[in-house]
Ligand binder design. Structure first.
Ligand SMILES: [Zn+2]
Length: 318
């Protein structure tokens, strides 16, 4: 952490704050932190130490994927004075509007370690595609006569709630099963819909190149993801006691909540593309959380969101 570098705040979530390295003066950035971000954990009782998060990630998730397809983590040692000065700056950011109100008061934990992570933000001339692929296989609890996958069933149910029960056509949302369809044309169509919704200023040729890349390489990564989602949740939740729900189920839920980032140069996408899964942070599920998962699934099944032909879903069905 020495050398002519300073940390610049980029973003924060409930549990972490992410910084980028900026050189002081015009010196080139130290090779060790090139294309890396620094993730530091917040001071909250439910957040484990950075070292223990790192060990869990190495043990539970890293072995599941090719290393080049996962946002890399490197554990580094920090000075206590660094956290102090960053916390001071967080307080200053609150008056300048750089932090959302809901995050005000959150501070970094005094922790001996931080995590360097692959920087997936797009630089000039690059395009970043990002999606949360969600459930890539049907829920084991879904009825046999389902006409909708788990993700589509939940989307239709939530849209219906938001509309206060009124029947209105839903906006957007995609069916994850299209992304891993065995038919490449189906996959192309699914990825194209998402890209066109994310970036409408791209040329036709560039979109075509990105679509082809995703329908092949993206498909490979998502197929691995689907395999592990299924492997860690073979039996579903309904009809089981919350105490019987193992860490494997929580792992499956983490794999259903991770992000896929694909970044490449606009003029040579396939040759420069970097494709990685992120947000693989394992948490032991609290019984309350298992209860919430179970009640969501119960609602989808009992109210017929998997099976009803009477609701209009804007997105393509399954
Ligand atoms: Zn679907």
């Amino acid at each position: 952490m020495t050398g002519p570098l300073t940390l610049e705040y980029i973003a924060e979530g409930n549990a972490n704050i992410v910084y980028t390295f900026k050189p002081i003066a015009d010196e080139p950035v130290n090779l060790g932190v090139r294309r890396k971000l620094l993730r530091l954990r917040k001071d909250k009782s439910f957040i484990q130490s950075t070292q223990s998060q790192y060990i869990t990630f190495q043990r539970e998730f890293l072995p599941l994927f090719r290393p080049e397809n996962i946002v890399e983590q490197t554990l580094i040692t920090l000075d206590e004075s660094l956290i102090e000065s960053l916390n001071q700056r967080l307080a200053e950011h609150e008056s300048t509007g750089a932090r959302k109100d809901v995050r005000h008061g959150d501070r970094l934990a005094v922790d001996d370690h931080g995590l360097l992570m692959t920087d997936m933000t797009a630089q000039h001339g690059e395009f970043l595609f990002e999606i949360k692929p969600k459930w890539l296989q049907q829920s084991p609890d879904a009825p046999r006569d389902s006409i909708r996958c788990r993700t589509c069933a939940l989307r239709v149910q939530r849209d219906h709630m938001k509309a206060g029960g009124a029947v209105i056509p839903t906006r957007g949302g995609f069916c994850p099963l299209g992304l891993i369809d065995v038919d490449i044309e189906e996959r192309r169509r699914a990825f194209r819909n998402i890209i066109e919704a994310q970036a409408n200023e791209l040329s036709h040729t560039t979109v075509g190149e990105i679509v082809n890349y995703l329908a092949e390489e993206g498909y490979q990564v998502l197929s691995d993801l689907r395999k592990h989602q299924a492997q860690f949740d073979k039996h579903g939740l309904l009809g089981r006691d919350p105490e019987d729900i193992s860490d494997d189920y929580s792992k499956a839920m983490t794999l259903r909540d991770c992000m896929l980032f694909v970044k490449g140069s606009l003029n040579a996408f396939a040759n420069t593309a970097d494709i990685r899964l992120a947000d693989l942070d394992f948490k032991h599920a609290h019984p309350d959380k298992v209860q919430r998962w179970k009640s969501t699934e119960r609602t989808l099944v009992d109210q017929g969101w998997y099976t009803s032909t009477e609701v209009d879903e804007g997105a393509a069905g399954t």
